[in-house]
Design a protein around this ligand. Structure first.
Ligand code: ADP
Ligand code: MG
Length: 934
């Protein structure tokens, strides 16, 4: 019983199939570009190393091939900015294309894995700065995949929220639909990522809790509303987690808009964070969790949280307003008010693993089927969307009906795929990664959900009008008051100045009068005194007396003039004060203008800094790419150097072992970095110490994975040593690694002959017979498969039991092994058909002679495409030769050929099958006999 989610693990090494000429299903080496969810993605795989000629090596730094494939990615401005721009610049109800964003999150090793897998490297290696993930195929080979975000085991919950969920939540607040989903094997952290309540530790809060916090912070509870439903989908029935008695909720679709709703589900209005957390806890208590072997808390059901946000938007803020929003008052109030309804859907999917592996007990067959149904339907829909199929089977399950808007619909969607580090679950991890890769190709048309609310527009306009009238009245009154105040003040000042002036004049006048009277009196006294003097002595002449009087009068006149001037000065001073008041008013205005200008400058400066940050970020990316290449170059240089003694290597190896014993990753490449010569390493293949031998063979294998090294290795006798190891060693790790190295070397035609001449087939057969680890079998099968593609070696290979050995390996049920066997058969069949068309072979196919037909027919419709494609090709090749036709009919292969010619999704194979059937008289006769109309 398997879930239909198996998209096949990448084959052993697609590069190995080169000699089979089209036998491999290598994907297109497409470029990957993504601009902020708002533009296109190429319709090709974003797996980076789909090149066909160069195998990858173990070292992350030596990934020379990736530089050819990673085209520059442009990092746009933050999605929020972009989003806001894109909504504000559109007309009514803007639709923005947005690709589903996919992040991958790695769970840290748990206690059990730390103990059990202590000696093994994680099956993935993350390069968060390049947004890439490497999935190890084996000890020295890895596939690289690009994601929108790569979250390491150290990523905090806050960061995960920011990159995965925040843009979606902001969209919902702006009136779009949004979806956040977690997909992955049970126990990899889906619920941890989405559903943690974090009551004991705020830093642990998951996406659901954080989303609600952001929503509540942004809405205003007077005008907006937030309500929540919480559901579970289990065995194709929807249950209300807020009211478990309500357990068969139906989905209703609006035929006009296509919107889905669940009118039967409880809808609880949320007004504060605490009541939301309570609600989640209640839901969790109700959630049905089937215990599984992997994680006792794990669940087989899908949990779905729906948050409906209804907001009233003022005309000024609505999406259809102009970009700057800078309207005069009168225009603003004519904008209709708008209600925006955003819906956030958070989905914690059931574990993606195959049912048999989870070991869940007590499931009926019916239950297992239903569990598979929703998840596998989701997988099928995503496949169809990724391939741009005309038909997307959304109606096949409840989950896909519910998520119709989330994939290929109008919602903004973020998917986080969760994986664990354990090499034990490599198959599941690979299938999760492939799911994520396909989801990245799904494009949505993001649509604003807003409606005009005319009734409330009228109401609001009334209120606004009244407000304006009141405001106008108030302003008019204030204006009149101000005028009056200013007039009174001016009047007041004028009369004060006048009063002062009169006072001064009065004072002067009285003083002058007093002085005048005094001087009269003095004159009279003088006169009397003069008369007396005149009478007495007649000394002073009359003229003298008059001139003295005149002088006194003059003095008095001067004093009078001075006083008048002082009064005039006072009046002037008052006038100056009035004009000064006016001036200070003007200077205050210019001050305000200055502050405005400074503010503008600040804004300008900020924008400049933001641009610089963006440039620096792109430089950082560039630098990390270059450092990868430099490191790779450095290691190559290391190959040329020679070194000290074997003893020093031995001690290095020992040292490495200790390091790995302490939980560090053993770095075989380090040995090489330290400058060991090839000869020395090869001589260590025969070392006494078993650990030294293992490390040495790993180093050789690592080197053999680089095409550039292969010539040197063979020249130095490395191939012979590797073959000898298969015989002399009993250790399966050595067998596995050596066979892998031989497989890599066997890509080259000269090496293929060398392997054959040194008894390679019987050594590989022997190794296959004793192997238990599927990975060992995969390596051996890969090596033989490569040999099968050599035209010159056909009969020798068969004579030495190569085909039998290949068929013997299908005892191991691992799909990777089967894929290699299928590839070998396809290669062999292709060479045979070439030989028969050249006339150098006329007898029955060796494959049929050696009994391969039964397995071929049995696997012709294998669900793993990597197996199926090879088998389909093999069948077409076999059928080319009329001598094989009778056996093929008897073995049931004709049916498969007919099926391939009708249903095969690869057009070239389909055409080949059709042509073959039409041109074979034997097949034609049989089809007529069976009344198959063709
Ligand atoms: P799933 O929902 O995918 O089955 P869970 O969320 O229940 O997985 O996680 C399984 C276990 O791993 C839990 O004990 C959880 O606490 C732990 N776990 C998951 N992700 C992380 C992480 N990023 N950091 C620490 N522990 C984690
Ligand atoms: Mg869970």
């Amino acid at each position: 019983m398997q879930a239909a989610l198996d998209w096949g693990v990448p084959t052993f090494n697609s590069a190995m199939a080169t000699s089979s000429g089209g036998g491999s299903g290598s994907g297109g080496g497409g470029t990957y570009s993504y601009r902020n969810g708002a533009t296109h993605s190429h319709k090709s795989s974003s797996k980076l190393d789909t090149h066909t000629h160069k195998p990858l090596s173990l070292n992350s730094s030596s990934n020379s091939s990736s530089k050819n494939h990673v085209k520059s990615k442009s990092l746009g401005p933050s999605s929020t900015t972009q989003r806001r721009n894109s909504t504000t610049s559109k007309d009514h109800h803007p639709s923005v294309p947005g690709r589903v964003r996919v992040a991958v999150r790695l769970r840290p090793r748990n206690a059990e894995e730390s103990v059990a897998d202590a000696d093994f490297a994680d099956c993935v290696e993350l390069q968060p700065e390049l947004k890439r993930l490497k999935l190890r195929k084996n000890n020295w080979d890895a596939d690289t995949y690009a994601f929108d975000e790569v979250l390491t085991e150290f990523a905090s919950q806050k960061r995960v929220y920011e990159v995965v969920a925040r843009p979606v939540v902001e969209s919902v607040l702006d009136g779009y639909n949004g979806t956040i989903m977690a997909y992955g094997q049970t126990g990899t952290g889906k619920t941890y990522t989405l559903g943690r309540l974090g009551e004991e530790d705020t830093a642990a809060r998951g996406i659901m809790v954080r989303s609600m916090e952001d929503i509540l912070a942004d809405v205003s509870l007077e005008t907006d509303s937030v309500s929540v439903s919480y559901l579970q989908l289990y065995m194709e029935s929807i249950q209300d987690l807020l009211d478990p008695a309500n357990d068969n909720i139906t989905i209703v679709e609006d035929p006009r808009t296509g919107d889905v709703s669940l009118p039967g589900a409880s809808l609880v209005e949320i007004r504060d964070q605490q009541s939301f957390v309570e609600l989640l806890r209640l839901g969790e208590v109700h959630r049905f969790a089937a215990n599984t072997k992997l994680n006792t808390e794990s669940s087989r059901s899908h949990a779905i949280l729906m948050v409906h946000v209804r907001r009233s938007i003022k005309g000024r803020d609505a999406g259809h307003s102009s970009e700057n929003g800078n309207h005069p008052h009168s225009v603003k109030s004519l904008k209709p008010p708008v209600v925006r309804k955003g819906k956030l859907v958070v989905v914690d999917l059931a574990g993606s693993e195959r049912i048999d592996k989870s070991g869940s007990e007590g499931h009926t067959l019916e239950e297992a089927k239903s569990i598979n149904l929703s998840l596998s339907a989701l997988g099928k829909c995503i496949n169809a969307l990724a391939e741009n199929s005309a038909h997307v089977p959304f109606r096949d399950s409840k989950l896909t009906r519910l998520l119709r808007d989330s994939f290929g619909g109008t919602a903004r969607t973020s998917l986080v795929i969760t994986i664990g580090p354990s090499p034990k679950h490599r198959g599941e991890t690979a299938s999760t990664i492939m799911f994520g890769q396909r989801a990245m190709k799904v494009e949505n048309m993001v649509k604003l959900k807003e409606e005009f609310d005319y009734k409330s527009l009228a109401r609001k306009l009334d209120v606004e009008l009244d407000k304006l009238i009141m405001e106008h009245e108030r302003q008019q009154k204030a204006f009149e008051d101000e005028i009056e105040r200013m007039a009174t003040e001016a009047q007041h000042r004028l009369s004060e100045a006048e009063r002062n002036y009169i006072d001064l004049l009065e004072k002067e006048k009285s003083k002058y009068e007093k002085d005048y009277m005094d001087s009269i009196r003095k004159l009279e006294d003088q006169l009397a005194m003069n008369q007396r003097k005149n009478e007495d002595s007649h000394i002073k002449s009359r003229a003298e007396v008059y001139s003295e009087e005149l002088a006194d009068l003059k003095k008095m006149l001067q004093k009078e003039t001075l006083l008048r001037k002082a009064a005039e000065g006072e009046v002037n001073h008052l006038k100056i004060q009035v004009s000064e008041l006016k001036m200070s008013e003007a200077s205050r205005k210019s001050e305000i203008l200055k502050v405005h200008k400074m503010l503008e400058e600040e804004v300008h400066q900020k924008e400049k800094l933001e641009r610089e940050i963006a440039i620096l970020q792109s430089q950082l990316l560039q630098l990390s790419l270059e450092s990868d290449q430099t490191r790779h170059q450095f290691e190559r240089d290391g190959l040329e150097k020679d070194v000290s003694s074997v003893d020093s290597l031995t001690s290095q190896v020992k040292h490495q072992q200790q390091a790995s014993g302490n939980g560090e990753k053993p770095s075989i490449a380090k040995l090489f970095e330290q400058g060991l010569g090839l000869q020395k390493i090869l001589s260590l293949l025969e070392a006494e110490d078993a650990d030294v031998r293992i490390h040495a063979v790993k180093v050789v294998a690592n080197l053999a994975a680089e095409e550039a090294n292969q010539g040197k290795i063979v020249e130095a006798g490395g191939l012979t040593s590797l073959l000898r190891l298969l015989q002399s060693s009993q250790d399966e790790t050595i067998h596995r690694v050596a066979a892998g190295a031989i497989a890599n070397l066997a890509m080259n035609e000269t090496n293929q002959e060398l392997i054959m001449s040194q008894g390679g087939i019987s050594l590989l057969s022997m190794t296959a017979a004793s192997a238990e680890d599927p990975q060992t079998l995969r390596m051996v099968a890969g090596a033989i498969a490569n040999l099968c593609g050599n035209d010159k070696l056909q009969s020798k290979l068969r004579g030495e039991g190569g085909i039998k050995a290949l068929l013997g390996m299908v005892r191991c049920r691992h799909p990777d092994v089967h894929a290699q066997v299928a590839r070998g058969i396809a290669n062999f069949a292709k060479c045979e058909s070439r030989a028969s068309s050249l006339g150098t072979k006329s007898a029955r196919s060796f494959l049929i002679e050696d009994g391969a037909l039964a397995w071929i027919v049995q696997n012709a419709n294998n669900e793993a495409s990597s197996i199926r494609r090879h088998i389909e090709l093999a069948l077409c090749h076999l059928a080319q030769h009329e001598t094989n036709a009778r056996d093929m009919i008897n073995g049931g292969a004709l049916w498969e050929l007919v099926r391939i010619s009708r249903d095969c999704s690869r057009e070239d194979i389909k055409t080949l099958a059709h042509r073959t059937l039409v041109s074979s008289p034997t097949f034609q006769a049989e089809m007529r006999r069976m009344r198959i109309s063709y």
